[in-house]
Ligand binder design. Structure first.
Ligand SMILES: C[S@@+](CC[C@H](N)C(=O)[O-])C[C@H]1O[C@@H](n2cnc3c(N)ncnc32)[C@H](O)[C@@H]1O
Length: 251
């Protein structure tokens, strides 16, 4: 048995590039960009251009950062308003933000979807927290439902920036893959949008890191491959199959 949490959408048939977001996320991503129409956007993690095709449509200019030269090679002829930067965002993002400030560009949207380790996610977020926005800036951090990515998001230095006004880790909740799907392993947790709003003026009150679906996250995690109980359940689930294979081998 398999499940496909991505298609059909009955909406995005003209977007043909492989898009690594769930159906819910596609609607949210499209809608946020259509509503905000940013002057300048940054994408950290482009892969095969799925999310870039929406960023390019609704932004005047996009900077695409990917460590894989193949993303640029595959996509550079498809988008006239995208500048491709090849390398690790951990080295590229800070200098790019400084350059954007120097040029007086209006950065209005950032997608963080590159290095999915906790340290990688935290590094990307912390680079953004050093930036002083000149217009409302929305940041979408993908895979907030994945425990490793979420750990990076929770441990980012949110309080260090006076320009952060809103952080919600479960703006769009993620999915549980009970069975293997695409690159996802059985009992893995992926997807989810953390959404952050930065504004040019400093915030007045306390900054709360929202986790509106923390209960859902914890309940699913206890059944997932990220907990001992979940791993034991996965072995129990596969036991009849393993026994049959063993019997076949000895007979
Ligand atoms: C999940 S894919 C991005 C999917 C894409 N945003 C979409 O929605 O279709 C992650 C991408 O991040 C890139 N990546 C991984 N580590 C990176 C890093 N340190 N800096 C920049 N890109 C990185 C990978 O090469 C890969 O293309």
């Amino acid at each position: 048995m398999s499940s496909n949490p991505n298609v059909p959408t009955f909406a995005f048939d003209d977007l043909t590039l492989d898009w690594q977001m769930t159906r819910c996320e596609r609607f949210a991503f499209w809608s946020l960009l259509q509503h905000h129409k940013p002057s300048v956007s940054i994408e950290v993690g482009t892969w095969n251009g799925g999310s870039l095709q929406v960023l390019s449509r609704y932004s005047e200019k996009v900077y695409s950062l990917d460590i894989r030269p193949k993303s640029r090679d595959l996509l550079q002829d498809k988008f006239s308003n995208v500048e491709f930067l090849v390398g690790s965002s951990h080295e590229l993002l800070g200098p790019l933000l400084q350059e954007i400030s120097r040029k007086g560009e209006q950065l209005g949207f950032v997608l963080i979807d590159g290095d999915h380790s906790a340290a990688g996610v935290r590094t990307d977020i912390n680079s953004l927290l050093k930036y002083r926005p000149v217009c409302p800036l929305l940041i979408v951090c993908h895979d907030s439902f994945n425990p490793e990515c979420r750990r990076g998001m929770v441990s980012a230095e949110w309080q260090s920036s006076p320009y952060v006004h809103y952080v919600e880790l479960d703006f769009v909740p993620g999915v549980f893959h009970e069975f293997a799907y695409d690159t996802a392993e059985p009992r893995s947790m992926w997807g989810g949008f953390a959404v952050v709003q930065m504004l040019p003026e400093p915030r007045a009150g306390e900054l709360v890191i929202g986790e509106a679906q923390r209960g859902l996250f914890s309940a699913v995690k206890s059944r997932s491959r990220y907990s001992a109980a979940g791993r034991a359940a996965a072995i129990a689930q596969r036991l009849p199959q393993l026994c049959a294979r063993f019997k076949g081998a000895v007979s």
